[in-house]
Write a protein that binds this ligand. Structure first.
Ligand SMILES: [Fe+2]
Ligand SMILES: [Fe+2]
Length: 442
């Protein structure tokens, strides 16, 4: 899987017409919420009427919007949270092209309370914090050297990227084989729902990572823990099941462990030798070097790497783009035909406009540690407005990454079709980049 020589985003079936490959057998299921086409059209008509009247009630013509930028109309003599405004200038003084009301599509991990205990901490941004986030939820976690996230399992699939340090992860399959590996910054893992697993910080400063779950309402407080299960099984049943005496049962943890300090493990070769023929070697649940692998698209403006079920088969239900934007560069205007986009900002500073039905559009600023959410099919771009590279994750609850480029669509329009829609002469229309470059300038 490699970028072609022009840097155009077209390798390995990433072309827009590729979505036939994972289209559901019932085309109606490709509609939001799986409603039938008839239901969808009907609901869209009702929703559209509501949105249009709401946008109308917002009462902003283009001249109103432009006038608001002149004189001192934007002045604000009352109280202000200057620190927050400095981080988020676009909503305070929106581009005149913004219009109407959109649900919030920005949240910051910095706003969420940390569950802090001996061994590390964790906090989460889910559908509860960001109501549009129905598909995916994120958890940011830190484990100091040797510390464990307790052995556990859960209802959702778990995707992860290492943000700092090193960790040892293990996961057991239903056939009793265990996969174990050490991961470091830029490595990924993927654990299917229900498979029991562990995470342990390694030598040095331990680790920090981002977990992404394929359920928007996932909660890190609702996972199945080994300690909790054993503490609530009658001791005589434990004796029959494990062969442990009542005195041994009494030594089991009476309270939840969740995150806790422990000694550093030995070399991973020792663990693999212990597992012997029970070591899983066929299925790879980790992916190394996601941030340094050869980009699928590379231009003067930056690069995009894609990891999905095609190059990481374990990642069966989450597809990821890792995008780097140089200062001033643009993740081109586009949308995704197969899911809402959950973003995590790893580095830098930028802004995104989201355009919706009913002539609504809003622009919001992002910084490292923030989460963005683009509703299913909504148009958007991301612009680096800072002085260092932006690095962010585009994540989808799907097996395959896909995006539709507006430039590419314009380039495919026959002359007259393009001219009557854009009201432009042909020469500027044909200046538009003719392929999906992903990151501009090309
Ligand atoms: Fe987990
Ligand atoms: Fe996107």
């Amino acid at each position: 899987m490699a970028a072609d020589q022009s840097g155009v985003f077209s390798g390995e079936g990433f072309a827009p017409d590729d979505h036939t490959q994972d289209a559901p057998s019932d085309p109606a299921n490709n509609r939001p919420n799986g409603v039938s086409r008839r239901e969808f059209v009907g609901a869209a008509a009702v929703a559209g009427a509501t949105l249009i009247s709401a946008a109308g009630a917002f009462g902003q013509s283009r001249s109103d919007l432009e006038a608001g930028r002149s004189d001192d109309y934007a002045s604000d003599p009352g109280p202000e949270n200057d620190a927050l405004l400095a981080l988020n200038p676009d909503p305070n003084r929106p581009p005149f092209t913004d219009r109407g009301t959109l649900p919030p599509f920005w949240y910051g991990f910095a706003l969420t309370p940390k569950r802090l205990q001996a061994g590390g901490w964790t906090h989460q941004v889910t559908e509860r914090e960001l109501p549009l986030s129905k598909d995916l939820a994120g958890v940011n976690m830190r484990l100091t050297a040797g510390s464990f996230r307790e052995l556990h399992w859960h209802l959702a699939d778990e995707w992860a990227i290492m943000l700092a340090g090193k960790a040892r992860v293990s996961v057991m399959q239903p056939n009793g084989k265990m996969f174990i590996d050490d991961v470091e910054k830029g490595d990924l893992w993927y654990f299917p729902a229900g498979y029991p697993h562990s995470i342990q910080g390694l030598e040095g400063a331990g680790c920090e990572f981002l977990l992404v779950f394929d359920q928007g309402d996932f909660s890190e407080d609702d996972t199945f823990l080994l300690s909790e299960m054993l503490a609530h099984i009658p001791p005589e049943v434990i004796q029959k099941n494990m062969g442990w005496s009542r005195q041994e049962w009494d030594q089991l943890p009476a309270e939840t462990l969740y995150i806790f300090p422990a000694e550093l493990p030995g070399p991973i070769e020792n663990d693999k030798r212990f597992l012997g023929s029970r070591l899983e070697t066929e299925n790879q649940y980790t992916f190394h070097g996601a941030m340094t692998m050869k980009p699928l698209a590379e231009t003067a403006g930056g690069s995009a790497r894609v990891i999905d079920s095609r190059n990481f088969p374990a990642s069966r239900n989450i597809a990821t783009g890792i995008v780097t934007l140089r200062p001033g560069a643009l993740r081109e205007l586009h949308w995704h035909p197969n899911g809402s986009e959950w973003q995590y900002w790893i580095q830098g500073k930028g802004r995104m406009t989201v355009t919706m039905t009913g002539a609504r559009a809003r622009t919001v600023d992002f910084n490292a540690g923030d989460v963005g959410l683009v509703p299913n099919m909504a148009g958007h771009y991301i612009e680096n407005t800072g002085s260092e590279d932006v690095i962010f994750l585009e994540m989808f609850k799907t097996s395959r990454y896909q995006s539709i480029s507006v430039n590419e669509w314009i380039a495919r329009m026959p002359d007259k079709m393009a001219q009557v829609h854009l009201k432009l002469p042909l020469s500027p229309i044909r200046r538009v980049p003719a392929s999906q470059y992903v990151v501009l300038p090309k």
